[in-house]
Design a protein around this ligand. Structure first.
Ligand code: HPA
Length: 291
């Protein structure tokens, strides 16, 4: 008989399966990082600042799903930034690829089992706030889990307390201290004017939104829109990690509506590419400040 949501654990994998995957990844490096970074669409350039990178392609991890999106190469990478060991996840899994929510966020459970305590999550997002311009950045200080609100929360299913609690508070999801440190780095580099703090809303995708949808989501109070991140944040918090979220604004939704330009994935990649050098500089400083 087919498994139902209530049969399925919130990770989709048993606690033991997740531990086994982590052990497999750990075989590739003697580093034991406590900082994990998920690189968003086109933001893999962060990987270029890694010293002595050791890639672990998803294909070599038994039962690990493989990402199918252009701009996502599909690997964990161990390495050092400013003398600190870090683990990068390059190539996240998206709901719109057809994965169930629990699978989208399952790599975060593997990261936890590897020893990650601080999770830094980046994404490319559309700017809903009319003040935001392409190339700006937004520290996520709260979110609207649109799929979650409509019954697709990543934690739906049988809960194994070894992963985390059944009912999870989300009022303190984003670590304020990490947000302040990131802000400090941007100001030090003279780019404070590019930085905002705001609310991220996740939609399922893969379509970009209609003008009417953008207007509704703005009325909800969202400042940036994207197709990822929130399942990873929720699982990060379920796993008791500190979480920092950053959106690179790749398009301004109100301008898209006004000009009737059609937004493409290539536009998103271009802006991400243009911001790559700045992001690299900021991340080097930021990681040096993260405990
Ligand atoms: N909508 C959803 N996801 C996105 C967008 C957008 O406008 N821009 C970049 N990712």
């Amino acid at each position: 008989m087919a498994a139902t949501n209530s049969d399925m654990s919130t990770s989709g994998y048993s606690f033991e399966d997740i531990q086994a995957m982590a052990q497999e990844v750990l075989k590739y490096s003697s580093l034991r990082p406590k900082i994990g970074i998920i690189c968003g669409t086109g933001l893999g350039g962060i990987g270029d600042v890694l010293e002595d990178p050791v890639p672990v392609p998803y294909e070599v991890i038994p039962d690990f799903p493989v990402s199918t999106v252009k701009g996502h190469s599909g690997k964990f990478v161990f390495g050092m930034i400013q003398g600190k060991p870090v683990l990068l996840m390059m190539g996240r899994l998206h709901y719109y690829e057809g994965y169930p929510m629990w699978k989208v966020a399952m790599p975060v459970r593997v990261m936890k089992a590897i020893g990650i305590e601080t999770l830094i999550i980046t994404n490319a997002a559309g700017g809903l706030n009319p003040k935001y311009k392409p190339g700006d950045m937004m520290i996520i200080n709260d979110h609207i889990d649109f799929p979650g609100l409509t019954g697709e929360c990543v934690l739906i299913g049988k809960n194994d307390e070894r992963f985390g609690p059944r009912f999870l508070a989300m009022s303190d999801a984003y670590d304020k201290d990490l947000g302040n440190k990131f802000k400090e780095c941007m100001v030090q580099l003279g780019h404070g004017s590019l930085l905002h703090e705001g609310i991220y809303i996740m939609v399922g995708g893969p379509t970009f939104s209609t003008t009417a949808e953008y207007k509704v989501l703005r009325m909800f109070g969202a400042d940036a829109i994207g197709m990822s991140t929130i399942p990873e944040v929720v699982v990060g918090r379920h796993s008791n990690m500190k979480v920092f979220g950053l959106s690179l604004i790749t398009d301004a939704a109100d301008l898209e509506c006004a000009s009737k330009n059609k937004l493409t994935h290539e536009d998103v990649l271009k802006i991400a590419n243009d911001s790559a050098l700045l992001l690299q500089k900021v991340f080097v400083n930021f990681i040096s400040m993260v405990n």
